[in-house]
Design a protein around this ligand. Structure first.
Ligand code: NFE
Ligand code: MG
Length: 586
């Protein structure tokens, strides 16, 4: 049957509400795809007229997954607008908070969200625990490695299955021929799924110590809200003292250990079984990468020499041509809405975020099949998503770990280059292999390795700076609105776990006149633009063979490799209800 249509709605094991449509040719190869954000949340509208010092607390609620990063980007935007410089300790603590987020988020993504696209849970029941133990011992020094330990996990799993309560493991495509791991490696993966739950909970304690809680730790315009006093015993509620610094250092060391002994070796042990996936999912029509840069070594300095994660754009995979990215240039970043459920005065013109408009308009247009309450197919020629289409210099871009690792490699940045080279030589693939589903997944793992080390570096740096006599956490000189200009605007660039994140603000008369967020998943999950260019998810699916048409595991693999967050991307719920949990193949 020619041109089979597949609708996956909702895509599960992600954050938020995403629908993917794909068209397959006679050979079950995907030839067209559409990405739809099915929810709108309106935070940009809610912010209008509010105090810019509060904005971080609102935008942080865009998402509970990449928690904290929207606050960081928001305080940076307001500080940029008001000309506020932050103290050194604040810069270090913000880096530490962000590195913590990366480790927790990447680990959760690999084991809880993406891992089950590669690991067949039910196959693990047939594993020989002794062999799993041998594999574990061969790949790392991880302490939990005895045959008895793996047997115990397998028995727990067996009870689960026998009771008919697979729970969170139910409704998957177990047994699909696209699963290639031997039972023993599957058992290893399931075991670490369970172990990593404990680790990621431990890691986020850093947020609860320095930011009061997780999700949604506290931030502050002008610095960080945690007082510093190294000699305090904690009785006053001072969370940066010697006791807590030591505690955070222990967490950082445990995080390094888990990522080095479990996450990285697991992925490298699985990769040889999925080598094809170094060639699939790269985005055949665009190898365009976008990074804003982050982790400034020096406070208030986002220049190249300061950044651990680089700024830059790569077009068509040309690694020897790196373009600087300027978030303030009105011609570089523009959002289009001709395929989205929003309206602009000039429908096909793009708007820079400082001039951005968020004006929702839901309508079903040409090519759409079904009714408002049962949409069977959304036409690509009309509006089909709550996600806007951001473009850089007119190009659709991919952002995230793949973009950051490859850009840093192209820039010959030492830490990333070493990580990439080591992994590629182990896997026996060239740098071009990074432009793929498995390359994206590998890039995220390498980034987790780097971020765990960054956590430790930040703790050491913080302790040394405080011990050198600096206990300043915030600069409150421009706290009072009477000190602000009548009109100003700012932007807060950041690198979130899923990619380049920016919040743009316009402040007039002491309140927010306009606020726009363009987030990583807005870039990656973008629909088409007026030129018909596909967004990154859409492009990545082209050319993908699907083994069993009514089990679109391959679509999940590639889409999950981006780690979608639709709450972030679509930042009032459509009242036109949509059916849940339905896979259509026609
Ligand atoms: Ni809600 Fe997010 C991240 C941001 S968007 S997860 O990382 O910013 O993709
Ligand atoms: Mg937006």
């Amino acid at each position: 049957m020619a041109n089979q249509k597949i609708v996956v709605d909702p895509i599960t094991r992600i954050e938020g509400h995403l629908r993917m449509q794909a068209v397959m040719d006679d050979n079950n190869v995907i030839v067209d795809a559409m990405s739809t954000g099915t929810m709108w949340r309106g935070l940009e509208v809610i912010l209008k007229g509010r105090d810019p010092r509060d904005a971080w607390a609102f935008v942080e609620r865009i998402c509970g997954v990449c928690t904290g990063i929207h606050a960081l980007s928001a305080v940076r935007a307001v500080e940029d607008a008001l000309g506020i410089k932050i103290p050194k300790n604040a810069n270090i603590i913000r880096n530490l908070m962000n590195a913590t987020l990366y480790c927790q988020d990447h680990l959760t993504h690999f084991y809880q969200l993406h891992g089950l696209d590669w690991i067949d849970v039910v196959s693990a029941l047939n594993a020989d625990p002794k062999k799993t133990s041998e594999i574990q011992v061969a790949i790392s020094n991880h302490a939990l490695s005895s045959p008895a330990y793996f047997k115990e996990i397998q028995d727990r799993l067996k009870k689960f299955v026998a009771s008919g309560q697979l729970g969170i493991f139910a409704n998957a495509y177990w047994g699909n021929p696209a699963y290639k791991l031997p039972p023993e490696v599957n058992l290893l993966g399931v075991t670490h799924y369970l172990e990593s739950l404990d680790y990621q909970r431990q890691i986020v304690k850093v947020h609860t110590i320095l930011g009061g809680k997780n999700p949604h730790p506290n931030y502050l315009v002008g610095g960080v809200p945690c007082p510093i006093n190294m000699n305090d015993t904690g009785a006053q509620g001072t969370m940066v003292n010697q006791i807590w610094v030591n505690y955070i250092r222990d967490i950082a060391k445990d995080t390094i250990k888990f990522i080095e002994e479990v996450y990285y070796p697991d992925l490298m042990a699985m990769a040889p079984f999925y080598k094809d996936w170094f060639k699939i999912g790269g985005g055949l029509s665009n190898q365009n990468l976008l990074c804003y840069g982050d982790f400034p070594r020096y406070a208030n300095d986002l220049s190249e020499k300061s950044l651990l994660m680089p700024n830059g754009a790569i077009i068509d995979g040309k690694l020897d041509e790196i373009h600087p990215v300027d978030l303030k240039d009105p011609n570089q970043i523009k959002e289009f809405v001709d395929h989205s459920w929003y309206q602009y005065p000039q429908p096909d013109a793009g708007l820079h975020p400082w001039d951005g408009i968020t004006d929702p308009k839901f309508e079903l247009g040409a090519g759409t099949e079904g009714t408002k309450t049962d949409i069977k197919w959304l036409g690509a020629e009309s509006r089909y998503s709550w996600i806007k289409a951001p473009r850089w210099n007119g190009h659709a871009m991919e952002t995230g770990p793949l973009a950051r690792m490859v850009l840093a490699y192209a820039k010959k940045m030492p830490e990333q280059t070493e990580l990439v080279n080591e992994a590629l030589s182990k896997a026996g693939v060239p740098i071009q292999a990074m432009f793929s589903t498995l390359g994206r997944t590998l890039a995220r793992c390498l980034e987790a390795r780097m971020m765990a080390r960054e956590m430790l570096r930040c703790v050491d740096e913080l302790e040394a700076n405080i011990k050198a006599g600096d206990e300043v956490a915030a600069n409150m000189e421009k706290w009072e609105p009477s000190t602000w200009p009548l009109e100003c605007k700012g932007v807060g660039p950041a690198e979130a776990p899923r990619g380049a994140l920016g919040h743009w603000c316009v402040i007039k008369g002491g309140v927010i006149a306009n606020w726009q967020a363009v987030v990583p998943s807005t870039w990656n999950a973008s629909p088409r633009d007026p030129k018909g260019q596909l967004g990154a998810y859409e492009a990545a699916l082209l050319g993908t063979p699907v083994a069993v048409a009514n089990q679109p595991l391959e679509i999940l693999r590639t889409i999950h490799s981006f780690d979608p967050c639709l709450a972030c991307a679509t930042h009032v719920l459509s009242t036109e209800g949509q059916e849940l949990c339905k896979v259509q193949v026609r």
